[in-house]
Write a protein that binds this ligand. Structure first.
Ligand SMILES: C[S@@+](CC[C@H](N)C(=O)[O-])C[C@H]1O[C@@H](n2cnc3c(N)ncnc32)[C@H](O)[C@@H]1O
Length: 465
C-alpha cells in the first residue's frame, strides 16, 4: 500500500509544501527552513539557517505544538475520536500499549486513511498529511539478500535477521488480531483486494526507527519538523531538542554555537551509538566515523554445559558481550558471561520452586544466595576467594568469542561487487567490515595485555597451559 501510495502520489508531498503545512498547524520556525542542501541531496532534507544565527541569543528555532507529537499518549488521544484506530489498538492487546506498537499502528492508519480505494476509514488529522513528507529510508531491512550477504561476519548481519523475524512476528500478530474486524478484513487482508502487505509493516517500522527521538517528559516519539534535522556528532552538533513547560517540542541552537546563513542545523541521534547501530537505525555513517565505537557479540552457552537449560531459564541478561571504546582502548561488559563461566562445582545451584498458582519455577543460587537477577552474579563472584579464576575464565570466553568473530569476518574477506548491488549498501557494508575488524583486533590486544600483565597471569599458567 505505502509503495503504491508513493508511486501514485497519494502518499507523497514535495518538501516545498512543508512551510504551508507547518504554518497551518501552528509550527513556528525562527530563522530556519527545511530542504535539501545543494550538493548533499543524498542526505535528504535537513534544517537550514535562513540567516546568521547566534547561539546564545536565539529564541527556539522551532516550536512544535504538543498535539502534533506522535507519542504513545497522543496516539491514545487520537484513538478517542477515531473508532477504527481504537479498534485496531484494542485488538492487538499489550502490543498496542507499547510506544512502538501504538506509533506503528498509527502510521499504518494514516496511510490507510490516504488510500483512495479505502473509503470512510479513520479520521483525517494533521499527521495524515505530515507522513507524506517523509522519505523512504534505505535501512538494511530493505537491502536485498545479496546486499545483506555483504554483512556476513559483522554484528549487523544477525541484527538485521533478528529484526526481520521480529517484524514478521509483529505483522502476524496484527493480522491475526484484526482479521475479523469487518473493515480490516475487507481493506487490509482480503486475498484479492486487501491492501496491506508485510512491506507496509517494514516501511512504518523504518519511518519510526529512523525518526524517533527521546524527548524529556514524553519518551520516544516523532516530532514533526524537528525530525527533519540531520545528525552530526561531537562539537559539530548545532542544536538540541527538548520540550517546553507546556509539552511542546522545541529545537534550540546550542549555547555558543554560531551558524552562518545557509548552514546546516544538525542534532545528535546519540554520539555513543556504534557504527552498526547507526547503519541499522538510520542507514548511514558519518564520514568522520573512525571507529565501530560499540559492538554487541551474541554468546551461546555451550551445548555440553549440563546446566544450560537451567541457565537459559533463569537468565535475565542480554545474551552476549558488549565491546566499547573507553579512554583510548576497548573495554567489554557482559552480565551473561559470568553465568557461562561458573558451574555446579563452583557453587552455582538450581532448585525447583512451586508457585502459589501451582506452577513450577526454576530458582538459582550462588552458594546459598538467591540469584533472582543475573546481574547480581558478578558481585557475588567478586567477593569470592576464587574471583581471579572466574575472571580469567570470563576473559577467555570473551577472547574466544572475539577470535571467532574475526575469523568469520576474515572468511568473507573483501567481497566482490556484483552488478545488482546498490552503491549505498556496498559502501556501508565495506566500511562496517573494516571498522569492526579494527575494533575486534584492538579488543584482542587489550585482552592479551590484561591477561599477561594483570593478576590473571598466575592462573592463566594453570588454566591455559
Ligand atoms: C530523522 S531523519 C532526518 C531528515 C531526513 N534527512 C529527511 O529527509 O526526512 C533521519 C534520516 O536522515 C538521513 N541523515 C541524517 N543525518 C545524516 C547524515 N549525517 N548523513 C547522511 N544522511 C543523514 C538518514 O537517511 C536518516 O535515516
Amino acid at each position: 500500500m505505502i509503495r503504491r501510495g508513493r508511486e501514485e502520489g497519494w502518499l507523497h508531498q514535495p518538501i516545498d509544501a512543508l512551510p504551508a503545512w507547518a504554518e497551518f498547524h501552528g509550527v513556528r520556525f525562527n530563522g530556519v527552513r527545511v530542504g535539501p542542501i545543494p550538493g548533499r541531496e543524498h542526505h535528504g532534507s535537513t534544517v537550514i539557517a535562513n540567516r546568521d544565527l547566534a547561539g546564545s541569543q536565539e529564541d527556539p528555532l522551532m516550536l512544535v505544538p504538543k498535539e502534533l507529537i506522535v507519542s504513545r499518549q497522543n496516539v491514545d488521544l487520537f484513538a478517542m475520536s477515531d473508532q477504527h484506530l481504537r479498534e485496531v489498538l484494542q485488538a492487538v492487546g499489550d502490543f498496542g500499549w507499547t510506544t512502538r506498537g501504538a506509533v506503528l499502528i498509527f502510521l499504518l492508519m494514516q496511510a490507510t486513511i490516504s488510500c483512495p480505494t479505502i473509503k470512510d476509514i479513520g479520521v483525517h488529522n494533521p499527521l495524515t498529511e505530515y507522513i507524506k513528507f517523509l522519505p523512504d529510508e534505505l535501512l538494511p531491512t530493505f537491502w536485498t539478500e545479496e546486499e545483506q550477504e555483504l554483512l556476513s561476519g559483522t554484528t549487523l548481519r544477525p541484527a538485521v535477521r533478528a529484526k526481520l523475524n521480529s517484524l514478521l512476528r509483529e505483522f502476524e500478530l496484527l493480522r491475526i488480531a484484526t482479521e475479523n474486524i469487518t473493515w480490516c478484513t475487507e481493506y487490509w487482508w482480503d486475498e484479492d483486494n486487501g491492501s496491506l502487505s508485510f512491506e507496509d509493516w517494514m516501511r512504518v517500522d523504518a519511518m519510526y526507527r529512523s525518526r524517533a527521538l527521546e524527548f524529556p517528559g514524553v519518551g520516544d516519539c516523532m516530532v514533526p519538523c524537528v525530525d527533519m534535522a540531520n545528525h552530526a556528532s561531537g562539537e559539530v552538533t548545532a542544536a538540541i531538542y527538548e520540550t517546553d513547560g507546556d509539552g511542546n517540542g522545541l529545537l534550540l541552537l546550542r549555547d555558543g554555537k554560531n551558524i552562518a546563513k545557509d548552514g546546516e542545523i544538525t542534532i545528535t541521534y546519540g554520539d555513543d551509538k556504534g557504527a552498526c547501530e547507526n547503519i541499522f537505525s538510520y542507514g548511514f555513517l558519518e564520514d568522520t566515523v573512525a571507529s565501530a565505537r560499540a559492538m554487541f557479540l551474541g554468546l551461546d552457552i555451550p551445548d555440553d554445559d549440563p546446566l544450560k537449560p537451567a541457565k537459559v531459564a533463569i537468565n535475565t541478561a542480554a545474551p552476549g558481550i558488549r565491546l566499547f571504546e573507553k579512554e583510548g582502548t576497548i573495554a567489554w561488559e557482559s552480565e551473561y558471561v559470568w553465568l557461562i563461566a561458573v558451574n555446579e562445582e563452583d557453587g552455582l545451584d538450581f532448585k525447583m520452586k512451586q508457585t502459589i498458582d501451582g506452577k513450577r519455577e526454576v530458582q538459582a543460587f550462588w552458594k546459598q544466595n538467591e540469584l533472582n537477577d543475573t546481574s547480581k552474579l558478578r558481585s557475588y563472584l567478586e567477593e569470592d576467594p576464587l574471583w581471579d579464576v572466574y575472571q580469567l575464565r570470563a576473559v577467555m570466553l570473551v577472547h574466544n568469542r572475539i577470535e571467532e568473530q574475526l575469523h568469520s569476518l576474515g572468511e568473507v574477506g573483501d567481497p566482490e561487487r556484483d552488478a545488482g548491488i546498490r552503491e549505498i549498501p556496498w559502501r556501508l557494508a565495506r566500511r562496517l567490515r573494516t571498522l569492526e575488524s579494527d575494533m575486534l583486533g584492538r579488543a584482542q590486544s587489550a585482552l592479551v595485555d590484561q591477561v599477561s600483565t594483570g593478576p590473571l597471569i598466575y592462573y592463566s599458567i594453570y588454566t591455559l597451559g
